[in-house]
Design a protein around this ligand. Structure first.
Ligand SMILES: [Zn+2]
Ligand SMILES: [Zn+2]
Length: 256
């Protein structure tokens, strides 16, 4: 399995991550914060499936741009996979003919259905996309949000998406075979724990508490560090003295 956290910052693309998109095997995107701006057109055209963890703008901002970019070349619809409240939000607030055209009603140029279709996901029930077996579970965020496990052959990788203290995703992690890595939200420094709790994100300290729920020691890659606190959060993660906790490298292709 090949996973890249796509760059999203114009002046410090290798360091700062204001938007979230992971690319899996070059064909499936997890979230679309920067999907429409981080890849070449050829790379974008290989992607037909997008899993949206929640509707927040840093995870959906360039989904409209992506759809418009690839639309003239589509032979089959783009499929957005998400839990029901996320689909409702995308329909109501983004693809609503006010913010952006409703691509769910726009036919493909070859007539083979609409440009965009939505696949409603039930948490806890696996589904298959491009040879990947995916299971989503609800996390603890300010809006409905689901993290996910992605399985390909003998490799499993987990993504928490945005979350504060939570249990389901760690219980899922403990049930998974061949878990190779977890990408986890660590947004704010320890001194802003109150803000992190209100915005429902983790800090290095609350990550440390969460990791006590995990029964295996595997690489933990922190993502979603708020750009203005990147240096402080990185230092605090180092000070946890957990040798399996890293800040994820933006733009690096992780291969398992
Ligand atoms: Zn969020
Ligand atoms: Zn976010």
């Amino acid at each position: 399995m090949r996973i890249t956290l796509l760059p999203s910052h114009c002046t410090h693309p290798e360091q700062l991550q204001p938007l979230t998109t992971f690319l899996v095997n070059g064909t499936v995107a997890i979230d679309a914060g920067c999907l429409g701006i981080a890849l070449s057109l050829d790379q974008q055209r290989r992607i037909h499936h997008i899993i949206i963890t929640h509707a927040h703008s840093d995870h959906t901002a360039t989904l409209p741009i992506f759809v418009a970019e690839v639309f003239p070349f589509l032979e089959t619809p783009i499929v957005v996979h998400a839990i029901a409240p996320v689909i409702e939000a995308l329909r109501a607030h983004i693809f609503n003919d006010a913010i952006w055209p409703n691509f769910g009603q726009i036919p493909l140029l070859n007539g083979a259905g609409p440009a965009l279709i939505y696949h409603g996901i039930e948490t806890g029930i696996p589904f298959e996309v491009e040879g990947l077996r995916i299971t989503m579970v609800q996390t603890n965020h300010t809006v409905p949000c689901a993290g996910l496990a992605v399985v390909e052959d003998e490799v499993t990788v987990l993504f928490t998406s945005d979350t504060h203290h939570t249990d389901d995703i760690w219980q899922l992690a403990n049930r998974l075979d061949n878990l190779k890595a977890i990408f986890v939200d660590v947004s704010y420094p320890n001194e802003l724990e109150n803000l992190a709790a209100a915005a429902k994100h983790l800090t290095p300290q609350s990550l440390d508490e969460e990791l006590h729920k995990l029964q295996q020691e595997i690489p933990i890659y922190a993502v979603h560090l708020k750009p203005q606190f990147h240096t402080q959060v990185s230092m605090e993660l180092q000070r946890l003295n957990r040798k399996n906790v890293f800040v994820a490298e933006i733009g690096r292709e992780y291969v398992w």
